[in-house]
Design a protein around this ligand. Structure first.
Ligand SMILES: Nc1nc2c(ncn2[C@@H]2O[C@H](COP(=O)(O)OP(=O)(O)OP(=O)(O)O)[C@@H](O)[C@H]2O)c(=O)[nH]1
Ligand SMILES: [Mg+2]
Length: 308
């Protein structure tokens, strides 16, 4: 029997390859789903909206298929240059993939943001699999209600309830997406899980650690750049990174009383980075001001809000 998702042509088993792009409002669980599908943390996640700031590719390897999953920044109506840039990134990606995964959380009523997106997707013409995320947070009755509400929202190739945290139907979703890929050769070598540069993964893990300690508007003002990454010994890597905030008044919040918050962020990030790199890490964090960088298109790229 061929693997699920593969078909046979006489004796020949077809290899499928292609791209699925995850879209949805901010904070609906797109990056958590990407990580669950790939089986490793590639994209950082947080309970602050607009955590993802650039398009991130993760690779799912199957014996008969390779699925490249593209995580995008949450789509919403732009307020700043950052918001506009994020929307632009997500839209450009939509047109270039084989199938779209549209995430709607089980624990929130469908709102104008979801309808706005459903309209966008109708125009894109790529098949769309609607996914009801975070099913572990609600009752079975509520999941059923949400599935019906999603069905009313548009024309979907499939509707699948999923929990990335409880690992419910993540593999099934992958199977459904693989089945929609064209025949083709793999895009990435065996074993490659992402094409994100190591330095970017490290900067993102530092941002994730900082987001876990920050409230309100400040998360939107934070950007992290790894300035240097150098082995000091066989088993120790020196990393220097800068946390940028938008205003001088925000510096103290990130640093905390007597530097305590920055130390906590550093040790949390260091543990994650050591797991990623498989080496001890000496992490040197500094905080600087990049005045109103969100409003300044020339600074966006430098601070990790990159183009495709
Ligand atoms: N209980 C539960 N929580 C989830 C699940 N998926 C995501 N979350 C939580 O929801 C929050 C947002 O998740 P993200 O994956 O960062 O959401 P996102 O859609 O990528 O957000 P943006 O990048 O800001 O657009 C985090 O606190 C996650 O831990 C799930 O299946 N179950
Ligand atoms: Mg995200």
């Amino acid at each position: 029997m061929p693997e699920r998702g593969a078909t046979t042509d006489g004796d020949r088993t077809l290899f499928r390859s292609g791209f699925a792009c995850i879209v949805g409002r901010p904070n609906v669980g797109k990056s958590t789903l990407l990580n669950a599908m790939v089986g490793r943390k590639i994209a950082i996640t947080s309970d602050h909206p607009q955590t993802t700031r650039h398009v991130i590719r993760g690779v799912v390897h199957r014996p008969e298929a390779q699925l490249v999953v593209v995580d995008t920044p949450g789509l919403h109506k732009p307020r700043t240059a950052l918001g506009a840039r994020l929307n632009e990134l997500a839209r450009a990606t939509l047109a270039e993939v084989d199938v779209v995964v549209f995430c709607i959380p089980a624990d929130q009523k469908i709102g104008p943001g979801d309808r706005f997106l459903a309209d966008e997707l109708r125009r894109a013409k790529t098949p769309v699999v609607a996914v009801v995320t975070k099913t572990d947070r609600v009752s079975k009755v509520r999941i059923a209600e949400q599935l019906l509400a999603v069905a009313d929202l548009g024309e979907w190739a499939e509707i699948v309830p999923v929990s990335a945290v409880a690992d419910y139907q993540v593999d099934l979703l992958t199977d459904l997406l693989v089945a929609r890929l064209p025949e083709g050769r793999p895009y990435f070598p065996d074993g490659t899980l992402t094409d994100e540069p190591e330095q970017v993964l490290v900067a993102e893990l530092i941002r994730e650690a900082a987001l876990a300690h920050l409230r309100d508007e400040l998360p939107h003002s934070l950007a992290v750049v790894v300035e240097e990454m150098r082995p000091r010994r066989d088993d120790l890597i020196d990393i220097q990174a800068i946390l940028y905030v938008e205003r001088a008044s925000q510096k103290g919040i990130v640093i905390g009383v007597g530097g305590e918050r920055l130390r906590e962020v550093g040790s949390r990030a260091r543990r994650q980075i050591e797991a990623l790199l498989g080496s001890h890490v000496y992490l040197d964090l500094r905080v600087k001001v990049a005045q109103d960088w969100q409003q300044d298109p020339t600074q966006l790229h430098r601070l990790g809000v990159s183009s495709l």
